[in-house]
Design a protein around this ligand. Structure first.
Ligand code: ADP
Length: 592
């Protein structure tokens, strides 16, 4: 029944462990999907917000097809002033240039809104050839003309054009007339402001309260290109390989652009004339931005700071598993402890029952003998000196047995084995042994018993409580008498240990020995060996438990070894008291 219960509990634990393991697997999969989805959202919101900031610029400088090239200057000057008044990031625009086909490049003086002819600056060198080439191409179909982000400069560039035919209209539908490129608007962006913008966005979308959760890079080109922005100064172009997420910072087609506009920006931040209105206007007016075809487009890369997403999820899972298996282990250990302590409690209850039965028997017998002897004496039934002597001896022996029994029970009840109750001092071992042997020699069991005594010469005294030591030895020696069997032989030996720091006293008999199943338990209170019970040898099972308690209380130890049919040896080891050969300082007290 008990085994079945233990097995059932173990099976439940194993089942829980298996379920926990599987569950953690599912949780980590779900967790991974969740983290990936949230990372994608962050990436898209980052791109969307970045794009929105750029479209604020492109929308501000977006012009309708114009017939009059002269309109350029005034129109762009006005646009810049309007932009600077309302923009959330006016520092994003570094310079505004307008180039008229066949003419010179002109730069807007930001201070007074005048355009002045300038030489092509070095920063726009790569752009010049491309820009000058465009008007020489045959007119393309209208309306077209998205803004391109020239990443290397960086600048937003768009052709200024008009239509060579009648004015194009949507209704009724007609094919758009060819468009003629008249020039280019070039809005050079401020690199430092762009850096700040990327930093703010990275902080907003890839960091938590304790700093960055992801390492973020903006690089030009697919792999190993120039680093445009890094969330951590230690990062290099290849340090996020492979990234957990990668996306072109500026979508390459307007359609893709609309796709990333799905999610609203975090925190509902809009600003003056910004946010959704900006993209809406950009879309309405065709102020789209596409990456430059001539350059490597910017890429946004993100990778979890704790390694790849895979390893972060795996580490989380390991931690969860460790935690839940730890809980299961605690559960298993406490279950085991409960089972063990219930078993102990049961055994103790059984032993106590046996003790009560045994003790009452043990007490009743001598009392009965004493009473009947006293009756006989009182009623004058005992005549003659010898008979009286015999009765006296009987009453004395039974009285001693009774006293011994009561002594043991009281000692046990008072917990006399506790160290605090001892007064330690040097005690001469040979004297203690002699005293005990003399006192037990009057016991009825001692009759005809051969005792060998081997006391090492120069044996040091032991550091002990004389009375307690006597009691302990009494227990061992009277057990040897009780359980010594037919051979009626015992040997008491005392010698130093090899290092001389302790004294070993052993009591050996050639009795029936102790069953190996009993041996580990004989020092437990109330425990009585099966053979002792079977042979009806008197006892309450307290002697050895008290003796060991005394030995340990005095800093020593008591052990037993036995061979069934050959006898038993009980060995008491106690610390030696100071230099060898010192006799006991105080006279030996009798136990009890
Ligand atoms: P008691 O002698 O009252 O039963 P003890 O605590 O002294 O209690 O001993 C516990 C048990 O150890 C005994 O019941 C007996 O089975 C066993 N035992 C003790 N000493 C010896 C010995 N010298 N030889 C064989 N068995 C012994």
């Amino acid at each position: 029944m008990r085994i079945a219960l233990v097995a059932a509990l173990a099976a439940v634990l194993v089942l829980l462990a298996v379920l926990q393991y599987r569950w953690s697997l599912e949780i980590s999969r779900a967790e991974r999907t969740r983290i990936e989805a949230s990372l994608n959202t962050s990436v898209n919101q980052f791109r969307q917000e970045f794009y929105r900031e750029l479209t604020q610029v492109s929308t501000a400088f977006h012009s309708e097809p114009t017939a009059e090239p002269e309109d350029f200057w005034s129109s762009y000057a006005e646009r810049y002033q309007a932009w600077a008044r309302t923009a959330t990031r006016p520092d994003l625009v570094a310079n505004v240039f307008v180039w008229q086909a066949g003419g010179r490049l002109r730069q807007l003086r930001l201070a007074d809104g005048e355009f002045e002819p300038v030489e092509w600056p070095a920063s726009l060198a790569g752009l010049r050839a491309r820009v000058e080439e465009e008007p020489r191409q045959p007119p393309g179909p209208g309306p077209g003309g998205a803004w391109t982000l020239e990443e290397r400069i960086p600048a937003l560039v768009r052709p200024i054009y008009n239509f060579s035919g009648p004015r194009w209209r949507r209704f009724p539908p007609a094919p758009p007339p060819p468009r003629v490129v008249l020039g280019f608007a070039i809005v050079e962006l401020n690199r430092a402001a762009l850096d700040r913008l990327l930093g703010e966005l990275a902080q907003r979308y890839f960091a938590g309260p304790d700093g960055f959760i992801y390492n973020v890079l903006v690089v030009s080109g697919a792999a190993g290109g120039t680093v445009i922005y890094r969330s951590d100064p230690q990062l290099t172009a290849t340090s996020l390989n492979p990234p957990d997420a990668r996306a072109a910072l500026v979508p390459s087609t307007p359609a893709e652009n609309r796709a990333i506009e799905g999610a609203p920006p975090r925190g509902g931040r809009g600003g003056r004339g910004g946010g959704n209105r900006g993209t809406f206007l950009a879309r309405a007016r065709g102020a789209f931005i596409v990456p430059s075809a001539a350059e490597e487009p910017w890429q946004l890369l993100a990778r979890h700071k704790g390694g790849s997403l895979e390893s972060v999820v795996a580490a989380d899972r390991r931690r969860n598993l460790l935690l839940s298996f730890g809980v299961l282990l605690v559960l298993a250990v406490s279950m085991a402890l409960i089972i063990v302590s219930t078993q102990r409690a049961r055994r103790l209850a059984r032993l106590q029952m046996e003790f009560v039965a045994g003790v009452s028997h043990e007490l009743r017998t001598p009392v009965a003998v004493i009473c009947s002897a006293a009756d006989n004496l009182a009623e004058g039934l005992v005549g003659g000196k010898d008979q009286v002597k015999e009765y006296g001896g009987l009453i004395r022996n039974e009285g001693r047995r009774l006293a011994g029994m009561i002594e043991q029970i009281l000692r046990f009840a008072a917990g006399q084995s506790r160290a605090a109750n001892y007064h330690l001092g040097p005690v001469a071992v040979s004297e203690a042994i002699a005293r005990v042997l003399a006192s037990v020699s009057t016991l009825p069991e001692a009759e005809g018993f051969a005792v060998e005594r081997e006391i090492e010469p120069d044996l040091p005294a032991v550091e002990a409580d004389a009375a307690a030591l006597t009691h302990c030895l009494e227990n061992l020696i009277s057990n040897a008498l009780k359980y010594g069997g037919e051979r009626r032989w015992m040997r008491v030996r005392a010698a130093k240990t090899e290092d001389g720091s302790r004294v070993r006293i052993s009591v050996e008999d050639r009795g029936a020995g102790i069953d190996p199943a009993d041996l580990p338990h004989i020092f437990e209170p109330f425990y009585r060996g099966k053979s002792a019970q079977a042979a009806q040898i008197h006892g309450a099972g307290l002697g050895l438990s008290l003796a060991r308690g005394i030995a340990e209380g005095m800093g020593g130890r008591l052990d037993a070894s036995s061979e069934v049919g050959r006898g038993s040896t009980f060995t008491l080891e106690l610390p030696a008291a100071g230099p060898a050969g010192h006799p006991a300082a105080e006279p030996l007290r009798q136990a009890g």
